[in-house]
Design a protein around this ligand. Structure first.
Ligand SMILES: NC(=O)c1ccc[n+]([C@@H]2O[C@H](COP(=O)([O-])OP(=O)(O)OC[C@H]3O[C@@H](n4cnc5c(N)ncnc54)[C@H](OP(=O)(O)O)[C@@H]3O)[C@@H](O)[C@H]2O)c1
Length: 306
């Protein structure tokens, strides 16, 4: 267990290619910035190219020699995930760090282009498909890592994944969000199990950022309730920069073995320095995890070829 780890502890990442989904905003932006500062080649995988280019300009204004790129990825549409993977392959031959960061929380109730409940589709199934489509690059790159984003909302939650595969879910939007994040956490564990059981030199790690005031909360809304929520998050939570530390720790720290769950070490996990948490091991159920994998391959049509 390491106390006091910050982005200043990141080593030299020269030669490493990283993808950060949702790298244009919030925690994903801060993650991209820190990786680029430490000489990684960083690909911002974004749904809005203008926002992506603005983020690249911002990174370059701080680090003029940063090796940053933007590619289009809309996790709301599996066809876009396939196109992203093809474009990425045209430009890069390895993938050291895949950070499945992008996410939505409580968006207007709707379905993805492929007919999934939108939070389950974007936060989880899109990333499941993306990782599967890039698997050969990940497995052939030494010491590669796949990072999945969980959330405090998923802690001690009973998995109920199958009901989120369709759009007709009557469950509350917050519950759907929490289930989508729990699915990401289960995915991280199952992927690590599959790497290890096949002697593959790749690591899968789950993490959660605590609470940070970002655009995740009430995106596009200017109501009094949203403004009050954001203000209170600012008081109780941490900055997007420090919220990125668990991700950066999982992605770069030498001592990581794979299978860990990393989160802030402060009270109730809301903020603090990154540390290894035991919670995911405690709430993990093996057959739920393998059933989720089978369901995800069926829903996305992406079969993992190890
Ligand atoms: N903030 C917190 O307290 C907190 C707590 C627990 C977990 N998390 C997790 O942290 C991650 C980052 O969230 P954040 O707080 O940094 O929020 P954010 O600032 O809203 O960033 C979310 C990112 O995801 C992108 N995105 C949304 N839908 C997408 C899609 N269909 N395809 C591709 N990209 C898409 C957004 O793009 P646009 O800019 O175009 O919208 C944005 O770049 C999420 O997975 C979230 O669940 C956050």
């Amino acid at each position: 267990m390491t106390r006091g780890w910050t982005k200043r502890d990141i080593g030299d990442l020269t030669g490493k290619v990283a993808i950060v989904t949702g790298g244009n905003s919030g925690i994903g932006y801060e993650t991209s910035l820190a990786l680029a500062e430490n000489y990684a080649t960083v690909v911002l995988a974004v749904r809005n190219m203008n926002k992506g280019h603005e983020a690249v300009d911002k990174i370059r204004s701080e680090f003029p020699n940063a090796d940053v790129h933007v590619l289009k990825l809309d996790l709301n549409d599996l066809e876009s995930v396939k196109e992203f993977s093809e474009e990425f392959r045209k430009k890069f031959r390895s993938l050291s760090i895949l950070i499945n960061n992008a996410g939505v929380m409580k968006p207007p109730r709707r379905e993805t282009k492929d007919g999934f409940e939108s939070q389950f589709g974007i936060n989880y199934l899109g990333h499941f498909a993306l990782t599967g489509l890039l698997l050969d690059l990940i497995t052939k790159t030494p010491d590669s890592r796949v990072i999945s984003l969980g959330s405090l909302t998923a802690h001690n939650l009973k998995p109920e994944f199958s009901q989120f595969s369709g759009s007709k879910s009557k469950t509350s939007l917050l519950k759907s969000y929490a289930q989508s994040k729990l699915a990401c956490m289960y995915f991280a564990k199952e992927l690590q199990y599959r790497f290890r059981s096949r002697n593959i030199d790749a690591k899968s790690i789950a993490c959660h950022p605590g609470i940070a005031q970002t655009y995740l909360f009430g995106k596009g809304s200017r109501t009094l309730k949203t403004r009050l929520t954001r203000a209170s998050l600012k008081i109780i939570g941490q900055s997007a920069e420090t919220a990125a530390y668990p991700i950066l720790y999982a992605a770069t720290e030498y001592s990581i073995r794979g299978g860990e769950y990393i989160g802030p070490d402060g009270r109730k996990g809301i903020k603090g320095y990154p540390t290894e948490l035991e919670l995911l091991d405690q709430q993990f159920v093996e057959n739920v995890s393998s059933n989720l994998w089978i369901l995800s391959e069926k829903l996305t049509g992406i079969t993992y070829k190890f």
